[in-house]
Design a protein around this ligand. Structure first.
Ligand code: NAD
Length: 333
């Protein structure tokens, strides 16, 4: 198949490179200039797995302004707040026959994609696959080959030949896809999962196992899960797992599967980039408002993550002022 990855960050590179290795024709489209410059200078991307086996992989890289191909499918892996800018810049090469697939975290992206692609051409998904972009031109695939898993479902819940072809290619690429039959339930179940682990571990800058082993973890998680499940019940969203199953999955994921791993939101926090919290806990709280339910814990957690972002920005400003003050002294010494 012919794919164009919209966003060649951590996940765009992981999906795109594995699809390329499975025999597909893949082009990467990105807008972050230091990353683009580094990839061009090196002649590809340095790929690692669990910090080891660093090797150069050649990729086809374009910007929205230089790309003029006609892929069968676009795969969107931007951060939620970057998506609209990418769509605006890429819309000139979108056509009616093409499909859009995404497994971004959070909610809000599907409504944006619907403005450019017909409902029967949109496939959504979720990925339990951890990937890190240590810096421009370099990506680290976390976990052994074939260790992660993902869910996917067409927006109209009627899988067609193209959806099946994508499933087959993802399977060949060892992404372990499962085809589910409830679109919103599939996506919201992952949003709720992230609303506990991603946000709490990020604001306290904790590896997941440290939260999982904390004696108050069950109570903190349960409060967020209960609010989110109450809201989904009012919105008639059928979640893929029950409250108890979601709590068990959180426990297993943090303590057993990935105790040393930091969630992807943490990568944004430590790089002083904005997090996707408004599209995760913030989205759940907004949905609650629509159904006259005040999700006070999700609202509180959303602001707590913003406070942590604000604190880091202030520290960065203070460091910059200090460096400026010390610079003339260093020159005269
Ligand atoms: P990413 O930040 O690595 O890349 C997204 C875009 O941001 C790319 O265009 C990239 O070039 C650009 N970018 C990266 N670092 C930048 C920087 N310092 N300054 C400016 N631009 C920068 O994002 P990702 O981790 O690939 O995530 C894409 C989506 O997938 C998100 O919704 C995320 O929540 C979700 N997701 C991520 C993971 C993961 O482990 N990384 C897992 C599951 C889902």
């Amino acid at each position: 198949m012919k794919f164009a990855m919209i966003g060649a960050g951590a996940m765009g590179l992981r999906y795109g490179i594995l699809l390329q290795e499975a025999g597909n024709d893949v082009t990467f489209i990105d807008t972050w200039q230091p990353h683009i410059d580094k990839i061009r200078e090196q002649g590809g991307v340095y790929v690692m797995r669990d910090h080891k086996d660093r090797h150069l992989t050649k990729i086809k890289l374009e910007t929205p302004e230089t790309f003029d191909g006609h892929p069968d499918m676009f795969i969107f892996f931007t951060k939620q707040m970057q998506l609209q800018d990418y769509l605006d810049r890429c819309s000139h090469f979108f056509h009616e026959d093409q499909y859009a697939f995404t497994a971004m975290n959070g909610m809000g992206h599907i409504e944006k994609l619907q403005k450019y692609f017909a409902d029967d051409k949109i496939i959504g998904g979720t990925a339990l696959i951890a990937t890190v972009l240590p810096g421009p031109g370099e990506v680290d695939f976390m976990g052994k080959r074939g260790a992660g898993k993902m869910n996917m479902c067409p927006l109209n819940e009627k899988p067609d030949a193209m959806c099946q072809a994508l499933f087959d290619e993802l399977q060949k690429a060892k992404m372990n896809p499962t085809l589910t039959d409830d679109f919103t339930g599939t996506l919201m179940t992952k949003v709720i999962f992230n609303s506990v682990i991603n946000t709490i571990c990020t604001m306290f800058e904790l590896p997941m196992g440290e939260f999982g082993n904390f004696k108050g973890a069950y109570q903190m998680g349960r409060q967020l899960i209960d609010e989110a499940y109450d809201i989904c019940a009012r919105a008639d969203i059928k979640l893929v797992s029950s409250r108890d199953e979601e709590m068990a999955a959180l426990d297993h994921n943090t303590r057993i599967d990935m105790p040393l791993h930091y969630p992807s939101m943490y990568q944004d926090m430590i790089k002083d980039r904005p997090t996707e919290v408004d599209y995760i806990n913030g989205y759940i709280a907004e949905l609650g408002r629509k159904y006259h339910y005040e999700a006070s814990t999700h609202l509180f957690v959303t602001q707590a993550v913003h406070l942590a972002e604000f604190h880091r920005q202030n520290l960065a400003k203070q460091r910059a002022i200090k460096a400026k003050q010390e610079a003339p002294a260093a020159q005269t010494a």
